[in-house]
Design a protein around this ligand. Structure first.
Ligand code: ATP
Length: 944
């Protein structure tokens, strides 16, 4: 395995050449792909091994750590003890059945946990950090985990450094190393060797895994990867962060605890009533009562819910990923569904980001640039539809494009599908335009670049310093017209440089605004020749000080068409009660026009400009943010203020971003959204959601998915809690009203129970599980995008849902008990002559059927059971399986012994189905009343 051997000390103390030599790499070419593969095989992946995952055995054991399961284990022990005390003559049926149910339950829990883990792992793989490396002379993006010692990594602003490396190129490079050294100020980087004794924080010629590039560019040779990096050295300090439970998970566990306490009360009442009223005498009776009490507890507490929740959230997140929305933590799946404002960038998110220069404004007139586009690299400048004649206009238009191609970081690369320009889309537009006109592109090669001041969203411009063949030095500058025109003192016209008078300036600004109002993105181009007396620019220093006294050459109009699907997505968002807010660095006029075209804001609406924002205090900003739809010419810092203002107005904010400076705003937002393609690694790190396709429509799709998932969770909560309530009430009323219902009279035994402990466990842990899982995959029954966003404090289980749960639980228990009564002699419904075992089996079956039917009821709080009845085949499958299992438990002899059932006749089955169907009639009536009330409320509101 090849690593830095350190013969001459650590890499920071050695020359780059020595480091490259020792690591066997030519820094101009990088490693060969095959060599990189071989080194990766030898060194292992470049990953930190923090904690090994628990082995399956331990995870299985963990399933038994649930208090309720422990409760059941105690029940098994009691049952065994009683069986032993009674002479151990027969088979200990109860103990075996309960034990089997515990095992099945643990296995189910484990399967769900593993499934959730797989889904999460697949998601994590999708948002893996990436690095740019030089291999075989070409730049390639690889997963950071595939970096090896000797790789040449190429670093740029916003990158997360993938491994430790020795720098051999650094242009204005700064890294923020707080994650490693705790030092919050950015560290300036350089390439010269340092003394061996230099401390970690001062090793300015090294970059370290896990740190972030704040600005500039650079290249480094990887010296260490994985656990051998400096970060690896402190990895044990970074113990794996357990994902905090989501608000919903917390609500469910709170609910579990509350139900646990309530049920202990009910269980005590049942136990005491049974012991006193039914005169239980034998130890077997006491054990049966105790077991029933325990199963009552198991029935009432939704112990399977936490596992079910994580599966549904994780599987939902996986479904979102298929639609290009990669969620980085489970709670965001929930938060997404409750978002109330989406703040979005314009360029590349609402628009395609495919920029084409189509117009050039100069001091002597306007020319249109037409051409075959990216595929056909020929074009020409037209004036009033005719090819531009030689003269100042043609000259200045070409000069403007040439400057744009010089102050430029894009480049042509040969890809699989031919030659194409790569880089920032504005830069690409200039490069392509220069090549369409041929001449500017040829002229570019006459200039040698000697310095640059990169584009940033704050500066809104980019400049480069070049020397021509005659040795003269020039500054070339392109940027936002409002910024650049202010830095110009002259304007070019053909061969002359004229003074930029106030009148001329005002006229020009007017023309730029008119162009922007048509939706064009505008950029100005300017230059200055540096006199010999000017200090020679440092090779790669900042040329900011040269950005003054410039000569304006022209302004270009760039088209960047809206993405076709965005208009529809915005309509959908508005229907769903979401406000869409555009926050862009672009010109206010351009922003307003695009916003109007897309339906974000009415035409004629005003944009809040960055300058205005700066003048507002927090209270004023809150006021403005309550209605503003478009912010323009904003700096990244403004985004953070806007998020905070919206949040303090009670909004749940989703916010997009791509640049490294957007990271704080993304962190502060409820849902930070990073661009998967154009976003930097640091921004992705700060985000909760990554858009694989950078597309606004994907955000709306993710919100829809988030709402569907939340709805599905409510569906199975409604289902499981209703069914549990039904079981608890059946036992409670069955015990309390045993005499009235004819249950006690039916048997000569001292103890008669309405349901057996094993039967309760059967419903709860066997027949209920399938439908609950299936409901987690339910499609959208009520159109989730036609309601307002869920409030921040809204509970998953609200008053209306409790009402539905109680009414269904009551119906289930009453129908189950009446079914028993129907077949027993005496009681409220006379005429029965069956044994208690048969009647109890009928009651038990009614309860199971009612629960299975409740699964269909639970799919909507208001819509009829018929709406989308056949949409979920998993649900039908699981319900049919439940019916099959129930038939088996009634007829298969072994199961009859295990669950105390007796065979039923056709009349019994008919009664069971008929009685169970009441849950549907009752729920349908309740929903119809609710729907009518809702209509009345909404017409009343409309009348007002
Ligand atoms: P959004 O914020 O919606 O992505 P944007 O791309 O216009 O919009 P910024 O990237 O902050 O926002 O750019 C702000 C302004 O800076 C642009 O309107 C443009 O005038 C100018 N600009 C953009 N890219 C460049 C570039 N590569 N070189 C020079 N100037 C640029």
């Amino acid at each position: 395995m090849l690593t830095w051997s350190g013969e001459s000390g650590d890499p920071h103390a050695a020359d780059v050449a020595a480091v490259a030599d020792a690591l066997g790499v030519d820094v101009e070419r990088g490693l060969d792909a095959s060599e990189a593969v071989a080194r990766l095989a030898a060194s292992g992946p470049n990953e930190l091994i923090v904690d090994a995952p628990d082995p399956l055995r331990r995870r299985l054991l963990r399933q038994f750590a649930d208090p309720l399961i422990l409760f059941l284990l105690v029940a098994v022990a009691i049952a065994l003890l009683a069986w032993w005390a009674e002479g151990a003559s027969s088979v200990p049926v109860d103990a075996i059945v309960i034990a089997a149910i515990i095992v099945v339950n643990a296995a189910l829990g484990l399967v769900q946990e593993v499934r959730a883990d797989h889904a999460l792992k697949a998601l994590a793989d999708l948002s893996q950090p990436m690095s740019t490396v030089l291999r075989e002379g070409a730049l390639v993006r690889v997963r950071s985990a595939a970096l090896v010692a000797g790789d040449v990594v190429v670093l740029a602003e916003g990158d997360r450094v993938g491994a430790d490396g020795r720098l051999f190129q650094a242009h204005s490079l700064q890294a923020s190393e707080a994650s490693l050294t705790g030092e919050s100020a950015p560290v300036r980087k350089q390439t010269a060797a340092l003394p061996q004794a230099t401390s970690l924080g001062d090793r300015s010629n090294m970059v370290f895994a896990g740190t972030a590039i704040g600005r500039g560019t650079g290249r480094a040779v990887v010296t260490e990867t994985g656990m051998r990096t400096e970060l690896g050295g402190v990895a044990d300090l970074l113990s794996r962060t357990e994902e905090a439970p989501t608000p919903l998970q917390r609500e469910v566990s709170r609910l579990g605890r509350a139900l646990g306490i309530i049920v202990i009360g009910i269980a005590l009442v049942v136990i005491i009533t049974l012991t006193l009223v039914q005169d239980a005498r034998t130890p077997a009776d006491l054990v049966a009562i105790l077991l029933l009490g325990v199963s009552l507890a198991v029935a009432a507490v939704p112990e399977g819910l936490p596992a079910l929740l994580s599966v549904v959230l994780a599987v939902g997140a996986q479904r979102m990923a298929k639609r290009n929305a990669i969620v980085r933590s489970l709670p965001s799946v929930e938060t997404l569904g409750s978002a109330s404002v989406i703040c979005t960038d314009k360029t590349g998110t609402l628009t395609t980001g495919e920029m084409t220069i189509t117009r050039v404004l100069t001091s002597s007139g306007t020319a249109d640039l037409i051409g075959g586009g990216r595929e056909d690299p020929s074009g020409e400048l037209l004036v009033d539809g005719r090819p531009a004649a030689p003269g100042p206009l043609l000259e200045d238009a070409r000069r403007a494009i040439r400057i744009g191609a010089l102050a430029n970081d894009a480049q042509f690369v040969d890809g699989d599908d031919g030659r194409h320009a790569e880089g920032d889309s504005t830069d690409v537009a200039f490069l392509v335009a220069a090549h369409m006109l041929a001449r500017p592109a040829e002229e570019v090669s006459a200039f040698e670049r000697i310095a640059s001041a990169p584009f940033t969203s704050e500066r809104k411009r980019m400049s480069t310093v070049h020397r021509d063949r005659a040795g003269a030095a020039f500054v070339f500058c392109k940027g936002a017209p409002d910024v650049l025109i202010a830095l110009c003192t002259r304007i070019r016209r053909g061969a002359d440089e004229l003074a930029l008078t106030d009148t001329l300036r005002a006229r020009l600004i007017g023309e730029v605004e008119a162009l922007s109002a048509e939706g064009f993105r505008t950029l100005a181009l300017a230059y200055r020749e540096l006199s010999d007396s000017a200090p020679a620019p440092a090779t790669q220093g900042s040329s900011a000080s040269y950005e003054e006294d410039l000569v304006l050459v022209g302004v270009v109009g760039i088209t960047d068409p809206p993405r076709p699907e965005v208009g529809e997505a915005i309509r959908e968002a508005h229907d769903a009660g979401l406000r869409v807010v555009m926050i862009t660095g672009d010109h206010p006029m351009t922003a307003v026009r695009v916003a109007a075209d897309l339906g974000i804001a009415p035409s004629g609406a005003e944009a809040v400009a960055g300058m205005q924002l700066a003048a507002l205090d927090e209270a004023q900003l809150r006021h403005v943010s309550a209605t503003a739809r478009v912010y323009a010419r904003v700096a990244p810092g403004d985004k953070l203020r806007i998020v905070r203002a919206l949040q303090s107005e009670g909004e749940i904010v989703a916010m997009t971003g791509d640049g490294v400076n957007d990271a704080p705003a993304l962190k502060a937002a409820d849902i930070g959204i990073a661009m998967g393609r154009t976003g930097t690694e640091v921004t992705k790190d700060a985000a909760k959601l990554i858009l694989a396709d950078d597309n606004f429509a994907t955000i709306v799709a993710a919100v829809r998915e988030g709402r569907v998932i939340f709805d599905n969770i409510r569906k199975f909560l409604r289902y499981l809690l209703s069914s549990n309530m039904g079981e608890v009430l059946t036992i409670f009323f069955g015990v309390v009203f045993a005499g009235v219902l004819g249950i006690t009279q039916a048997s000569s035994e001292s103890l008669v129970l309405p349901l057996l402990a094993t039967q309760v466990l059967w419903i709860n842990l066997v027949t209920d599980s399938g439908p609950a899982l299936a409901m987690g995959m339910d499609p959208d029954v009520d159109d989730v995008m036609h309601r307002v966003p869920r409030g921040r404090s809204e509970h998953a289980i609200d008053g209306a849902m409790w009402a539905a749960i109680v009414s269904t639980g009551m119906t289930m228990s009453v129908t189950a008990l009446l079914t028993m009564d129907l077949f027993l002699p005496g009681g409220l419904l006379p005429g029965g002559s069956d044994t208690l075992a048969v009647a109890r089996t009928a009651g038990f079956t009614t309860l199971v059927f009612a629960a299975l039917l409740t699964a269909f009821n639970s799919r909507s709080a208001t819509s009829s059971v018929l709406s989308g009845l056949f949409a979920n085949r998993w649900l039908w499958g699981s319900v049919l399986l439940g019916v099959g299992l129930q038939i088996a438990v009634v007829y298969v002899p072994v199961l009859q012994v295990a669950f105390g059932t007796a065979p039923l006749q056709a009349a019994h089955w008919a009664a069971c189905v008929g009685m169970a169907s009441f849950v549907v009639w009752v729920e349908e009536s309740r929903k119809a009343i609710m729907r009518r009330a809702a209509v009345r409320v909404s017409t009343d509101l409309e009348d007002e």
